[in-house]
Design a protein around this ligand. Structure first.
Ligand code: ZN
Length: 103
């Protein structure tokens, strides 16, 4: 698993739609990431460690998948967050083993 520094930019396709993933300082107050739907940008906190950054990327991608597929429109925001967190926490150990990208 790799730690990404501020200024890193990657593009990830979610069901054929490209999302820009940017790592930038989001403070030390527990904000790990942000999803900006209008511009299809995912922000990941560059202050977080590699493990948290990977979990956050998964988390925000699940939101992007629910939005892109239309399923998110059928969920109350609390329900969506609960579902996304369950998937994130369930799959985080897998990502820890296989990593998101070669070092
Ligand atoms: Zn969320």
């Amino acid at each position: 698993m790799r730690h990404y520094k501020a200024g890193t930019v990657k593009f990830i396709s979610v069901m054929g739609q490209w999302w820009r993933v940017v790592w930038e300082p989001l403070g030390h107050d527990g904000l790990h990431g942000q999803l900006i739907i209008d511009t299809k940008i995912i922000k990941i906190n560059s202050y977080d460690n590699a493990e948290q950054q990977a979990a956050t990327l998964l988390h925000e991608l699940f939101h992007a998948i629910l939005f892109t597929s239309g399923q998110g429109f059928d969920l109350e925001s609390g329900t969506e967050e609960a579902l996304v967190r369950a998937l994130e926490h369930g799959l985080a150990p897998v990502v820890k083993i296989i990593g998101l990208e070669d070092e």
